[in-house]
Ligand binder design. Structure first.
Ligand SMILES: [Fe+2]
Ligand SMILES: [Fe+2]
Length: 184
């Protein structure tokens, strides 16, 4: 697979994760409270996959390489995407801080769980759409085959570091989240 296809493929798993969060929000709307475990699983997934792996490859590998080879050309786009990664991190850390109160049924923390989950979903949907349909095609046109190969070498290193089961483990968490919702 090519580097951009790999990232798009990873977006597929992240979208599946977002669907779980949307399902949880629907339940909260009708006063059904997913167990705390669901949100713990969500945070585990985010730390492991989007933050610890996918965004890492985008920010520390692709953005850096694209910026080096094509000075200036992509700065605005990269800054906007980086900013969204940062916002996503903030929503998730706010979500984590609200979970003790949520578990006890406190209204303020329940609202925070809802607000931050909804904000995360909206942000990530927009972000992934922008990458898939705007940024990646731009990168695909700008990089030479040699530059694309160099990107792939770095992606392979990141996969090696994450271990052979990183994708499967992340996928399993998404599946487990789905069954947590079904069995509540
Ligand atoms: Fe991204
Ligand atoms: Fe992405």
């Amino acid at each position: 697979m090519e580097p951009l296809e790999i990232l798009k493929n990873e977006h597929g798993l992240i979208r599946q994760f977002l669907e779980n969060l949307e399902e949880a929000l629907k339940k909260l709307e009708i006063e059904q409270r997913p167990p705390r475990e669901f949100f713990d699983q969500a945070i585990r997934f985010v730390k492991m996959f989007p933050e610890g792996y996918h965004h890492h490859k985008e920010e520390l590998v692709m953005f850096v390489q694209v910026a080096q080879k094509h000075a200036g050309e992509f700065d605005g786009e990269i800054e906007a995407l980086r900013h969204q990664h940062e916002l996503a991190r903030n929503y998730i850390s706010e979500l984590g801080l609200a979970l003790n109160g949520y578990e006890e049924g406190a209204q303020v923390q329940t609202d925070k769980v809802i607000e931050n989950t909804a904000a995360y979903v909206a942000l990530m949907r927009n972000h992934i759409h922008k990458e898939d349909h705007k940024f990646f095609p731009m990168v695909g046109e700008a990089l030479t085959p040699e530059e694309m190969d160099a990107l792939m070498v770095e992606f392979d290193k990141a996969s090696e570091k994450a271990g052979p089961y990183a994708f499967e483990e992340a996928h399993k968490i998404v599946v487990d989240m789905g069954s947590t919702l079904v069995h509540m």
